[in-house]
Ligand binder design. Sequence first.
Ligand code: DON
Length: 580
Amino acid sequence: MRQSRFLPKKNFFSLLLLLLLAASCRSPEAEEKAPQAPGAVKVAEADQAMIVSPHPLGTRAGLEILRQGGNGVDATIAVQFALAVVYPRAGNIAGGGFMLIRTPEGKVEALDYREMAPGAASHDMYLDEKGEVIPGLSQNTLLAVGVPGTVQGLYAAWKKYGQIEDFGQLLQPAIRLAEEGFPISQTEADRLNRFDSVFTARNPYPMPFVKQGGWKANDILRQPELAQTLRLIAKQGPDAFYRGPIAEKLARFMQKRGGLISREDLAAYESVWRKPVKKDFREYTLYSMPPPSSGGIALAQMVEMTEPYPMEKHPWLSTYNTHLCIEAMRRAFADRAFYLGDSDFYPVPEKQLLDDSYLRQRMSDFDPQRAGSSDKVQQGEFQLQMESFETTHTSVVGPHGYAVSITTTLNSNYGCKIQVPGLGFFLNNEMDDFSAKPGVPNQFGLVGAEANAIEPHKRMLSSMSPTIVEKDGELFLVLGSPGGPAIITSVFEVVMQVTRFGESLEKAISTPRYHHQWLPQQVWYEEGTPPALIDSLEALGHKMVPKKYIGLVKAVQVLPSGKLKGAGDPRQPDDHAEGM
Ligand code: DON
């Protein structure tokens, strides 16, 4: 095998080792859509504040900070650090994410703390000498790791909007949970056991996630090394992670084991405040994440493409509506594949993609009687003006008028499943979200083009869609979901049901979901979808493929009474809504 040109020679053997590991560890990722018996939607109501996160201890870390006088942003940050401890498959300090903040004055801002490609990354870094993608390299090895953004992003949010004076205070619940340990849930035990052999193979040193004899519910998980890392961050702020002792260890580990992230990469990392995508429809205004997420643009496109159709005349899960939405999804995802990437590197034609007449035109070949074809539906055409599998979501409405919608990820479960010895946290494998080669699908089956090609310091395209909806200018809904590309469609379906169909939040979240992403030419549907609907969609020509679940939506709704309703997803037993 040819030595990759971006790797120093001394790392050749490390790469060989990485390749062997990448190939030998059959990733149980495919099994991660394991059946979850859907329970009842966990709904909570409260007067002042509401937090919905994927773990009760995450939610309670936020409530603890609210009781100490923090606002919704402080609480969100405390939840995120706590999730890095109690929800390690997606909660993180070495991943990235997006945050939408709505201030008490109604201003909505987007914070991008997505990972970036290391400076030594290159366009063809995952290809062999024949130009083929080397399986596993962008997912299971240190070459999969993007420069983490989480600590810098959470700090930036606190600096701009936090009310608690000491940043370190926001980490105290997380430090306590890591130090003292906490009883793990059945879901976590199952997940850890499933990845046991992968953790062992990729981490040839002691780590707290491997337990002789396996894990069971209520076993105590202690993470003293992570507690130490969090203590450093509490004391020194992001400098500890990006310039200080953590940066040093991480960069040294990368160098020794064939990764690319250097001290310079860490020191140069910056989160970015961006203008959210804004879409008015009826009495609502939807705000969601702009590039480098595709979520906001795709959501707004689907809302507009379905807008002229009399959907309300039919039940939500009717053939008419489902077929219409699938066709809107097909077109939005075709545009995603071609046009979307990091707008700091590629001229994403955001204005054109969101233009109402473009979107109406896009649906002009929609046939209510027949499935479209992704071979025929390519990206839309317009004049370009060149000048110019794990994630988690938390929805928060705080007592001082701040609302926060935040989605964060390591990409796959536990990221690349590698920890730096002594630091206690998992590294992401976000580099897989780049398009390794045009037309070759990533782990979510998504294809991309030059817009999302790898470049040094570029951010990889995401589907994460933290979203806030206003009704008549007032805060109405805060929501988001994990699920890779199905994040966008899950959020779309819940928004549509609650707005255009006036459905209750809990009903909208528990209704079976479906997903289409242009390629592959399949429609995924959840268990519980009426068989007659599946049959009728098949009769229209859609290829229907069952999935155990699609998306895990967490949302807060402001009720007409002014009360706050929080709802977790019945598909995820650990989701927890609680208010005060
Ligand atoms: O940013 C993205 O779109 C992906 N890295 C998200 C991964 C994901 O949602 C996996 N899980 N459910």
